[in-house]
Design a protein around this ligand. Structure first.
Ligand SMILES: Cc1cc2nc3c(=O)[nH]c(=O)nc-3n(C[C@H](O)[C@H](O)[C@H](O)COP(=O)(O)OP(=O)(O)OC[C@H]3O[C@@H](n4cnc5c(N)ncnc54)[C@H](O)[C@@H]3O)c2cc1C
Ligand code: FES
Length: 352
Protein backbone atom coordinates (compact mmCIF):
# COMPACT_ATOMS: atom_id res chain seq x y z
CA UNK A 1 0.00 0.00 0.00
CA UNK A 2 1.38 3.43 -0.90
CA UNK A 3 1.71 6.22 1.67
CA UNK A 4 1.66 9.99 1.38
CA UNK A 5 4.62 12.15 2.42
CA UNK A 6 4.35 15.88 3.11
CA UNK A 7 7.64 17.82 3.16
CA UNK A 8 7.82 20.75 5.55
CA UNK A 9 8.41 23.68 5.23
CA UNK A 10 7.76 23.52 1.46
CA UNK A 11 4.40 21.69 1.74
CA UNK A 12 5.29 19.46 -1.24
CA UNK A 13 3.37 16.17 -1.33
CA UNK A 14 4.29 12.83 -2.92
CA UNK A 15 3.43 9.14 -2.71
CA UNK A 16 5.84 6.37 -1.68
CA UNK A 17 5.11 3.04 -3.35
CA UNK A 18 5.64 -0.28 -1.53
CA UNK A 19 9.35 -1.22 -1.41
CA UNK A 20 10.53 2.38 -1.94
CA UNK A 21 12.45 4.55 0.50
CA UNK A 22 11.33 8.12 1.15
CA UNK A 23 14.38 9.43 -0.77
CA UNK A 24 13.78 7.17 -3.80
CA UNK A 25 10.17 8.30 -4.07
CA UNK A 26 11.07 11.98 -3.59
CA UNK A 27 13.71 11.85 -6.36
CA UNK A 28 11.31 9.97 -8.65
CA UNK A 29 8.77 12.77 -8.14
CA UNK A 30 11.43 15.45 -8.82
CA UNK A 31 11.83 16.69 -5.24
CA UNK A 32 15.52 17.17 -4.45
CA UNK A 33 16.21 16.12 -0.89
CA UNK A 34 19.90 16.27 0.09
CA UNK A 35 21.74 12.93 -0.15
CA UNK A 36 25.15 11.35 -0.75
CA UNK A 37 25.81 7.60 -0.41
CA UNK A 38 22.20 6.28 -0.49
CA UNK A 39 23.19 3.38 1.75
CA UNK A 40 22.91 4.71 5.29
CA UNK A 41 26.59 5.59 5.78
CA UNK A 42 27.10 9.32 5.22
CA UNK A 43 24.21 10.97 7.11
CA UNK A 44 23.62 13.68 4.50
CA UNK A 45 19.96 12.64 4.02
CA UNK A 46 19.16 12.85 7.74
CA UNK A 47 15.89 14.67 8.50
CA UNK A 48 13.06 14.81 10.99
CA UNK A 49 9.85 12.76 11.13
CA UNK A 50 7.28 15.28 12.37
CA UNK A 51 4.28 12.95 12.17
CA UNK A 52 3.69 9.29 11.31
CA UNK A 53 5.84 6.17 11.60
CA UNK A 54 8.59 4.67 9.46
CA UNK A 55 10.61 1.48 9.08
CA UNK A 56 14.16 2.83 9.59
CA UNK A 57 15.66 0.23 7.20
CA UNK A 58 19.33 -0.80 7.02
CA UNK A 59 21.74 1.89 8.25
CA UNK A 60 24.98 2.36 10.14
CA UNK A 61 24.39 3.06 13.83
CA UNK A 62 27.28 5.52 13.73
CA UNK A 63 25.33 7.54 11.16
CA UNK A 64 22.00 7.59 13.01
CA UNK A 65 22.47 7.26 16.75
CA UNK A 66 19.82 5.97 19.13
CA UNK A 67 19.54 9.49 20.64
CA UNK A 68 18.89 10.97 17.20
CA UNK A 69 16.21 8.37 16.53
CA UNK A 70 14.59 9.19 19.86
CA UNK A 71 14.70 12.87 18.88
CA UNK A 72 12.70 12.04 15.73
CA UNK A 73 15.44 11.81 13.10
CA UNK A 74 15.66 9.23 10.31
CA UNK A 75 17.81 8.61 7.25
CA UNK A 76 15.52 9.17 4.29
CA UNK A 77 17.66 6.98 2.00
CA UNK A 78 16.88 3.99 4.25
CA UNK A 79 13.48 4.77 5.79
CA UNK A 80 10.16 3.62 4.30
CA UNK A 81 6.83 4.92 5.59
CA UNK A 82 4.51 2.68 7.63
CA UNK A 83 1.77 5.35 7.57
CA UNK A 84 1.26 8.75 5.96
CA UNK A 85 4.21 10.83 7.16
CA UNK A 86 5.16 14.49 7.54
CA UNK A 87 8.91 15.13 7.30
CA UNK A 88 11.04 18.21 7.86
CA UNK A 89 13.78 18.75 5.33
CA UNK A 90 15.25 21.57 3.26
CA UNK A 91 14.92 20.80 -0.42
CA UNK A 92 17.61 21.83 -2.86
CA UNK A 93 16.14 23.67 -5.81
CA UNK A 94 19.33 23.58 -7.91
CA UNK A 95 19.18 19.91 -8.95
CA UNK A 96 15.43 19.74 -9.46
CA UNK A 97 15.46 20.38 -13.18
CA UNK A 98 18.46 18.26 -14.11
CA UNK A 99 17.48 14.99 -15.76
CA UNK A 100 19.11 11.84 -14.35
CA UNK A 101 20.06 9.67 -17.34
CA UNK A 102 21.43 6.19 -17.89
CA UNK A 103 23.96 6.33 -20.73
CA UNK A 104 26.61 4.18 -22.37
CA UNK A 105 30.13 5.60 -22.64
CA UNK A 106 33.52 4.59 -23.97
CA UNK A 107 36.86 4.77 -22.15
CA UNK A 108 38.76 7.51 -23.98
CA UNK A 109 41.94 7.72 -21.92
CA UNK A 110 43.56 6.04 -18.89
CA UNK A 111 46.29 7.98 -17.06
CA UNK A 112 48.12 6.52 -14.08
CA UNK A 113 48.87 9.72 -12.15
CA UNK A 114 49.96 8.11 -8.85
CA UNK A 115 50.78 4.52 -7.88
CA UNK A 116 47.15 3.98 -6.90
CA UNK A 117 45.23 6.71 -8.75
CA UNK A 118 43.99 6.44 -12.33
CA UNK A 119 42.35 9.31 -14.20
CA UNK A 120 39.68 7.77 -16.43
CA UNK A 121 38.26 9.90 -19.25
CA UNK A 122 34.91 8.78 -20.65
CA UNK A 123 33.39 9.71 -23.99
CA UNK A 124 29.64 9.89 -24.41
CA UNK A 125 27.85 8.86 -27.61
CA UNK A 126 27.88 11.54 -30.32
CA UNK A 127 25.15 14.15 -29.72
CA UNK A 128 24.91 13.29 -26.01
CA UNK A 129 26.03 15.63 -23.25
CA UNK A 130 25.56 15.15 -19.52
CA UNK A 131 24.13 18.17 -17.77
CA UNK A 132 25.38 18.30 -14.17
CA UNK A 133 26.33 20.65 -11.36
CA UNK A 134 30.03 20.91 -10.51
CA UNK A 135 30.62 18.52 -7.60
CA UNK A 136 28.04 15.84 -8.52
CA UNK A 137 28.85 12.18 -9.15
CA UNK A 138 27.78 9.30 -11.41
CA UNK A 139 27.13 5.64 -10.65
CA UNK A 140 29.01 3.19 -12.89
CA UNK A 141 26.68 0.22 -13.47
CA UNK A 142 28.35 -3.17 -13.03
CA UNK A 143 27.13 -6.74 -13.46
CA UNK A 144 24.51 -8.22 -11.13
CA UNK A 145 23.01 -4.83 -10.34
CA UNK A 146 26.13 -3.54 -8.54
CA UNK A 147 27.03 0.15 -8.85
CA UNK A 148 30.03 2.23 -7.86
CA UNK A 149 29.89 5.99 -7.36
CA UNK A 150 32.55 8.33 -8.79
CA UNK A 151 32.66 12.10 -8.63
CA UNK A 152 32.94 14.02 -11.88
CA UNK A 153 36.26 15.87 -11.85
CA UNK A 154 35.71 17.97 -14.98
CA UNK A 155 33.73 21.21 -14.79
CA UNK A 156 30.32 21.35 -16.53
CA UNK A 157 31.56 23.81 -19.18
CA UNK A 158 34.39 21.41 -20.10
CA UNK A 159 32.19 18.43 -20.88
CA UNK A 160 33.62 16.83 -24.01
CA UNK A 161 34.86 13.99 -21.79
CA UNK A 162 33.78 13.01 -18.29
CA UNK A 163 36.75 12.69 -15.95
CA UNK A 164 36.93 10.32 -12.97
CA UNK A 165 39.75 10.04 -10.42
CA UNK A 166 39.76 6.38 -9.37
CA UNK A 167 41.71 5.20 -6.35
CA UNK A 168 42.71 1.51 -6.34
CA UNK A 169 41.23 -0.62 -3.55
CA UNK A 170 43.08 -3.97 -3.76
CA UNK A 171 40.48 -6.67 -4.34
CA UNK A 172 37.86 -4.05 -5.18
CA UNK A 173 35.23 -5.31 -7.61
CA UNK A 174 35.50 -2.25 -9.85
CA UNK A 175 38.80 -0.53 -9.10
CA UNK A 176 40.94 -3.64 -9.49
CA UNK A 177 39.37 -4.06 -12.93
CA UNK A 178 40.28 -0.45 -13.76
CA UNK A 179 43.92 -0.98 -12.77
CA UNK A 180 44.48 -4.42 -14.27
CA UNK A 181 42.12 -4.98 -17.20
CA UNK A 182 40.43 -1.83 -18.41
CA UNK A 183 41.49 -0.68 -21.87
CA UNK A 184 40.88 2.37 -24.02
CA UNK A 185 37.64 1.91 -26.03
CA UNK A 186 36.04 -0.36 -23.39
CA UNK A 187 32.31 0.31 -22.98
CA UNK A 188 30.69 1.21 -19.63
CA UNK A 189 27.21 2.27 -18.54
CA UNK A 190 26.40 4.84 -15.90
CA UNK A 191 23.54 6.70 -14.24
CA UNK A 192 23.78 10.33 -13.26
CA UNK A 193 24.26 13.04 -12.31
CA UNK A 194 23.63 12.34 -8.63
CA UNK A 195 24.28 13.94 -5.26
CA UNK A 196 23.99 17.31 -3.58
CA UNK A 197 27.65 18.28 -3.15
CA UNK A 198 27.79 21.52 -5.11
CA UNK A 199 28.48 25.19 -4.45
CA UNK A 200 25.78 27.05 -2.51
CA UNK A 201 24.97 30.74 -2.52
CA UNK A 202 27.03 32.76 -0.05
CA UNK A 203 24.89 33.92 2.89
CA UNK A 204 26.89 37.19 2.93
CA UNK A 205 29.34 38.94 0.59
CA UNK A 206 32.26 38.28 2.92
CA UNK A 207 31.59 34.53 3.38
CA UNK A 208 34.85 32.74 2.54
CA UNK A 209 35.13 29.15 1.34
CA UNK A 210 37.31 26.33 2.61
CA UNK A 211 37.61 23.21 0.47
CA UNK A 212 38.90 20.17 2.29
CA UNK A 213 39.93 17.10 0.30
CA UNK A 214 41.54 13.81 1.19
CA UNK A 215 43.02 11.70 -1.61
CA UNK A 216 40.68 11.40 -4.60
CA UNK A 217 38.21 13.61 -2.69
CA UNK A 218 40.03 16.23 -4.77
CA UNK A 219 37.96 15.17 -7.83
CA UNK A 220 34.63 17.00 -7.21
CA UNK A 221 36.51 19.94 -5.67
CA UNK A 222 38.53 20.28 -8.88
CA UNK A 223 35.22 20.43 -10.78
CA UNK A 224 33.79 23.09 -8.44
CA UNK A 225 36.97 25.19 -8.48
CA UNK A 226 37.31 25.10 -12.26
CA UNK A 227 33.66 26.12 -12.47
CA UNK A 228 34.25 29.04 -10.06
CA UNK A 229 37.36 30.21 -11.92
CA UNK A 230 35.50 30.00 -15.24
CA UNK A 231 32.60 32.08 -13.89
CA UNK A 232 34.93 34.59 -12.22
CA UNK A 233 36.06 35.69 -15.68
CA UNK A 234 32.58 37.20 -16.08
CA UNK A 235 32.21 38.58 -12.55
CA UNK A 236 33.81 41.24 -10.37
CA UNK A 237 32.90 39.59 -7.07
CA UNK A 238 35.56 37.12 -5.95
CA UNK A 239 35.16 35.09 -2.78
CA UNK A 240 38.23 34.19 -0.73
CA UNK A 241 38.91 30.48 -1.28
CA UNK A 242 41.36 28.12 0.43
CA UNK A 243 41.94 24.51 -0.59
CA UNK A 244 43.44 22.10 1.95
CA UNK A 245 44.37 18.85 0.21
CA UNK A 246 45.53 16.01 2.43
CA UNK A 247 47.31 12.81 1.43
CA UNK A 248 49.86 10.40 2.85
CA UNK A 249 52.84 11.10 0.60
CA UNK A 250 53.70 13.65 -2.06
CA UNK A 251 52.93 11.20 -4.89
CA UNK A 252 49.36 10.93 -3.57
CA UNK A 253 48.84 14.66 -4.34
CA UNK A 254 48.49 13.54 -7.91
CA UNK A 255 47.61 16.94 -9.43
CA UNK A 256 49.69 19.18 -7.16
CA UNK A 257 51.05 21.17 -10.12
CA UNK A 258 47.52 22.03 -11.24
CA UNK A 259 46.53 23.22 -7.75
CA UNK A 260 49.71 25.29 -7.52
CA UNK A 261 49.02 26.85 -10.91
CA UNK A 262 45.56 27.93 -9.70
CA UNK A 263 47.25 29.77 -6.84
CA UNK A 264 49.51 31.62 -9.27
CA UNK A 265 46.61 32.57 -11.54
CA UNK A 266 43.94 33.55 -8.98
CA UNK A 267 44.70 36.13 -6.28
CA UNK A 268 41.68 35.05 -4.19
CA UNK A 269 42.81 31.38 -4.05
CA UNK A 270 45.27 29.73 -1.63
CA UNK A 271 46.43 26.12 -1.84
CA UNK A 272 47.65 24.32 1.30
CA UNK A 273 48.86 20.74 0.72
CA UNK A 274 49.16 18.61 3.87
CA UNK A 275 50.98 15.26 4.12
CA UNK A 276 50.34 12.79 6.94
CA UNK A 277 53.28 10.43 6.21
CA UNK A 278 55.83 12.19 3.97
CA UNK A 279 58.69 9.98 2.76
CA UNK A 280 62.31 11.10 3.25
CA UNK A 281 62.58 11.09 -0.56
CA UNK A 282 59.66 13.57 -0.73
CA UNK A 283 61.97 16.23 0.71
CA UNK A 284 58.78 17.82 2.07
CA UNK A 285 58.97 21.24 3.74
CA UNK A 286 55.23 21.87 3.71
CA UNK A 287 52.50 21.20 6.29
CA UNK A 288 52.25 17.80 7.93
CA UNK A 289 49.61 15.99 10.00
CA UNK A 290 45.90 15.48 9.47
CA UNK A 291 44.35 17.78 6.90
CA UNK A 292 41.38 18.92 9.00
CA UNK A 293 43.72 19.71 11.88
CA UNK A 294 45.62 22.09 9.60
CA UNK A 295 42.36 24.03 9.17
CA UNK A 296 41.88 24.04 12.97
CA UNK A 297 45.41 25.44 13.44
CA UNK A 298 44.86 28.20 10.87
CA UNK A 299 41.35 29.28 11.95
CA UNK A 300 40.09 30.04 15.44
CA UNK A 301 36.65 31.13 14.18
CA UNK A 302 34.84 29.72 11.12
CA UNK A 303 31.63 31.68 11.70
CA UNK A 304 31.90 33.46 8.34
CA UNK A 305 32.91 30.44 6.27
CA UNK A 306 31.34 27.71 4.18
CA UNK A 307 33.23 24.41 4.27
CA UNK A 308 33.07 21.79 1.49
CA UNK A 309 34.69 18.51 2.56
CA UNK A 310 35.14 15.42 0.44
CA UNK A 311 36.90 12.07 0.72
CA UNK A 312 37.46 9.53 3.46
CA UNK A 313 34.55 9.14 5.93
CA UNK A 314 36.83 9.52 8.96
CA UNK A 315 38.20 12.87 7.73
CA UNK A 316 34.76 14.29 6.85
CA UNK A 317 33.31 13.19 10.18
CA UNK A 318 36.18 14.68 12.22
CA UNK A 319 35.99 17.94 10.26
CA UNK A 320 32.24 18.32 10.87
CA UNK A 321 32.61 17.51 14.55
CA UNK A 322 35.57 19.81 15.22
CA UNK A 323 34.58 22.76 13.01
CA UNK A 324 30.98 22.96 14.25
CA UNK A 325 31.87 21.99 17.83
CA UNK A 326 35.04 24.05 18.39
CA UNK A 327 35.29 26.70 15.66
CA UNK A 328 31.74 28.17 15.44
CA UNK A 329 31.09 26.88 11.92
CA UNK A 330 27.29 27.01 11.44
CA UNK A 331 26.00 23.45 10.92
CA UNK A 332 24.24 24.48 7.73
CA UNK A 333 27.52 25.83 6.31
CA UNK A 334 29.15 22.39 6.14
CA UNK A 335 28.69 20.43 2.88
CA UNK A 336 30.22 17.06 2.22
CA UNK A 337 30.51 14.04 -0.04
CA UNK A 338 31.71 10.98 1.77
CA UNK A 339 33.46 8.22 -0.19
CA UNK A 340 31.76 5.38 1.66
CA UNK A 341 32.17 1.82 0.39
CA UNK A 342 29.14 0.50 -1.50
CA UNK A 343 26.23 -1.07 0.36
CA UNK A 344 27.55 -4.63 0.13
CA UNK A 345 30.67 -3.60 2.06
CA UNK A 346 29.08 -1.35 4.63
CA UNK A 347 28.51 -2.47 8.19
CA UNK A 348 24.78 -2.06 8.64
CA UNK A 349 22.15 -2.60 11.26
CA UNK A 350 18.49 -3.26 10.77
CA UNK A 351 16.25 -1.37 13.11
CA UNK A 352 12.68 -0.27 12.84
C1 LIG B 1 29.16 9.64 -3.45
C2 LIG B 1 30.44 8.86 -3.65
C3 LIG B 1 31.40 9.34 -4.51
C4 LIG B 1 32.59 8.63 -4.69
N1 LIG B 1 33.54 9.15 -5.52
C5 LIG B 1 34.75 8.52 -5.63
C6 LIG B 1 35.79 9.09 -6.45
O1 LIG B 1 35.63 10.14 -7.08
N2 LIG B 1 36.97 8.44 -6.50
C7 LIG B 1 37.20 7.26 -5.80
O2 LIG B 1 38.33 6.73 -5.88
N3 LIG B 1 36.21 6.69 -5.05
C8 LIG B 1 35.00 7.29 -4.96
N4 LIG B 1 34.01 6.71 -4.19
C9 LIG B 1 34.21 5.34 -3.67
C10 LIG B 1 33.79 4.33 -4.78
O3 LIG B 1 32.41 4.45 -5.04
C11 LIG B 1 34.02 2.86 -4.39
O4 LIG B 1 33.54 2.60 -3.10
C12 LIG B 1 35.48 2.47 -4.44
O5 LIG B 1 36.00 2.81 -5.70
C13 LIG B 1 35.68 0.97 -4.21
O6 LIG B 1 34.95 0.22 -5.16
P1 LIG B 1 35.43 -1.25 -5.55
O7 LIG B 1 34.31 -1.88 -6.32
O8 LIG B 1 36.76 -1.22 -6.20
O9 LIG B 1 35.62 -1.96 -4.14
P2 LIG B 1 34.60 -2.92 -3.38
O10 LIG B 1 34.49 -4.21 -4.09
O11 LIG B 1 33.35 -2.14 -3.12
O12 LIG B 1 35.39 -3.11 -1.99
C14 LIG B 1 36.68 -3.78 -1.91
C15 LIG B 1 37.35 -3.52 -0.57
O13 LIG B 1 37.73 -2.15 -0.43
C16 LIG B 1 37.06 -1.55 0.71
N5 LIG B 1 36.56 -0.24 0.31
C17 LIG B 1 35.74 -0.01 -0.75
N6 LIG B 1 35.48 1.30 -0.86
C18 LIG B 1 36.12 1.91 0.14
C19 LIG B 1 36.23 3.24 0.56
N7 LIG B 1 35.62 4.23 -0.12
N8 LIG B 1 36.96 3.51 1.66
C20 LIG B 1 37.60 2.51 2.34
N9 LIG B 1 37.54 1.22 1.98
C21 LIG B 1 36.82 0.91 0.91
C22 LIG B 1 35.89 -2.46 1.02
O14 LIG B 1 35.51 -2.40 2.38
C23 LIG B 1 36.42 -3.82 0.63
O15 LIG B 1 37.21 -4.35 1.65
C24 LIG B 1 32.81 7.41 -4.01
C25 LIG B 1 31.81 6.91 -3.15
C26 LIG B 1 30.64 7.63 -2.97
C27 LIG B 1 29.58 7.09 -2.05
S1 FES C 1 22.39 9.43 1.68
FE1 FES C 1 21.43 8.57 3.40
S2 FES C 1 23.03 8.15 4.76
FE2 FES C 1 24.06 8.80 2.94
Amino acid sequence: MSHQIIIQPSGHVFQVEPGETILEAALREGYSLPYGCRNGSCGICKGKIIQGTVDYGHYSEETLTEEEKQAGYALFCCASPLSDVVIECHEISATKDIEIKTLPCRVQKLELVAPDVMIVSLKLPTNQRLQFLAGQYIDILLKEGKRRSFSLANAPHDDEFLQLHVRNYPGGAFTEHVFTQMKVKDMLRFTGPLGSFFLREAPADDTAIIFLASGTGFAPIKSILEHIFYQENNRNEKRKITLYWGARTKADLYLIDLAQSWQQQHGNFTFIPVLSEPLPSDNWHGRTGLVHEAVMQDHQNLEKYQVYACGAPVMVKAAYHDFTGHRNLPKDAFFSDVFTPSAGNTQVNQKS
